[in-house]
Design a protein around this ligand. Sequence first.
Ligand code: SAM
Length: 93
Amino acid sequence: MTKKWLRERAKDYYYRLAKSEGYRSRAAYKLLQTSEKYRFIKRGYVVLDLGAAPGGWMQIARELVGKDGYVLGVDLETIEGSSGIMWLHLLVI
Ligand SMILES: C[S@@+](CC[C@H](N)C(=O)[O-])C[C@H]1O[C@@H](n2cnc3c(N)ncnc32)[C@H](O)[C@@H]1O
């Protein structure tokens, strides 16, 4: 087993997990793990996600801030709608 093989396998694991748990990207787990470790997103926070598509981090942030918090995502790409998440699509000229 090479390091590359192990890395690819882990990526596939999180990709499949994200699909089965309804997250928009496997990146969701990166934010979940780092936020659990460092606790930098707390209930009631306002989170601005720059470069947010497809929205996996926004889903996790939404869970962490709770009903009194807000999550706003900005991206050049369209972020497909989802309840409880605000997003802003920017056209840069
Ligand atoms: C790796 S993806 C982010 C994935 C996201 N964190 C998630 O959890 O789903 C990077 C995003 O940054 C966006 N992006 C790159 N440059 C940007 C810019 N100048 N302004 C807005 N969005 C940008 C891209 O369109 C892309 O969707």
